[in-house]
Design a protein around this ligand. Structure first.
Ligand SMILES: Cc1ncc(COP(=O)(O)O)c(C=O)c1O
Length: 360
């Protein structure tokens, strides 16, 4: 007799993972929107110091990290939640807010984890197409919000399309969303967005108790291997509910120590953003020279359509043969052939673009 799994196991889609993990060769890894820069020396030292504490459980309340985040972002400690990566917070929000009969609204294509939330809870997913510039269509999303909507996800900048909407538009959107629906603005890439300063959205928290700004140490801080993210919330009840549905000790001691130290090096964030934005400009220029039209990237990756006549899988294979890993758009929700490529170091970007020129 086969093992009988819960109904939701049949519904939950598999996360489209990047390849190349088991390989030892020196690949140019541009498939997961990671930072090409290794952890800062001071962060490594903080991790090394924390190694001696590993016989103890980590602080389950993440007290020091929440205090430093509160100091940095001006949000009360009681309105900050930590997660084992920001994905953990997303999934916890799904568990805390969704159930059969409830609705979840999000744009599509957007972050691959979002479909998991409805599938896991039995809630109804309402997906809203992006606009012609592959940005969130906030007006169309508003039209989909009903009395049954419990959660709305806005990915800004959007993964995989790299585009952002100005915070002023998000403010107008939030003013129209009824208070019974929680809105998560997923800001995993906000530091790379030059349309607005990354701190601009913080002001929204004072006006919207139903708002969560979701952030992470995975991207600009380059700590995705440790798994630590955080949520800045508009009310105390949100972090409380997020913590209720999770196991204790969800954020490990090394991650807490590394994140604490990373926060003290704001200059490094700025430096990485400047370098990434410079690479963004030169990669986009070369993509255009190849006859491609990248979306207006406000993130640490680019997104472009290949044209109906091209075979996405064949191009991915050609890049892989040349040692370059990127993501195919079809695995990320695109109806037409497309690629998403993270900006790496200058030499990695050159290898990617040379390989792409050959393959095309
Ligand atoms: C839009 C978006 N949100 C959240 C995450 C999750 O990041 P993490 O769980 O590493 O914090 C990612 C990762 O790629 C992402 O692209």
């Amino acid at each position: 007799m086969p093992i009988e799994f819960a109904e939701r196991i049949r519904r939950i889609p598999a996360y489209p993972v990047a390849g190349g993990y088991a390989e030892e060769e020196r690949l140019v890894r541009l498939a997961s929107n990671e930072s090409p820069y290794p952890p800062l020396g001071a962060v490594r030292e903080a991790i090394a110091r924390a190694l001696d504490t590993l016989n103890r459980y980590p602080d389950p309340a993440n007290s020091l990290l929440r205090q430093r985040l509160s100091d940095r972002y001006g949000v009360p400690v009681s309105r900050i939640a930590i997660g084992n990566g920001s994905c953990d917070i997303l999934l916890a929000a799904g568990e805390a807010l969704l159930e059969p009969g409830a609705e979840l609204v999000y744009a599509w294509p957007s972050f691959s984890v979002y479909p998991h939330l409805a599938a896991a809870s039995g809630a109804r997913a309402v997906t809203v197409p992006l606009d012609a510039r592959e940005r969130h269509d906030l007006q169309a999303m508003l039209r989909e919000i009903t009395v049954a909507t419990r959660l709305v996800l806005v990915c800004n900048p959007n993964n995989p399309t790299s585009t952002a909407v100005p915070i002023a538009e998000i403010a107008g959107f939030l003013a129209e969303v009824p208070r019974h629906a929680c809105v998560i603005v997923d800001e995993a890439y906000c530091e790379f967005n030059t349309l607005d300063d990354a701190d601009t959205s913080l002001d929204l928290l004072a006006h919207h108790p139903n708002l969560i700004l979701l952030r992470t140490f995975s991207k600009v801080h380059g700590l995705c291997g440790l798994r630590v993210g955080f949520a800045l919330c508009g009310s105390d009840e949100l972090p409380h509910a997020l913590d209720q549905v999770r196991q204790p000790f969800f954020c490990n001691a090394l991650a807490q120590a590394a994140a604490l130290e990373a926060l003290a090096h704001q200059y490094a964030v700025e430096d990485r953003v400047i370098r990434t934005v410079a690479e963004r400009g030169s990669v986009e220029e070369r993509l255009r020279a190849l006859g491609l039209e990248p979306a207006d990237s406000q993130a640490n990756f680019c997104w472009f359509h290949l044209g109906q006549e091209r075979d996405e899988q064949e191009i991915m294979r050609g890049l892989r043969e040349r040692g370059v890993l990127v993501r195919g758009g079809s695995a990320l929700g695109s109806d037409t052939p497309a690629l998403r490529a993270t900006y790496g170091l200058p030499r990695e970007n050159t290898r990617f673009l040379d390989a792409l020129a050959e393959v095309l």
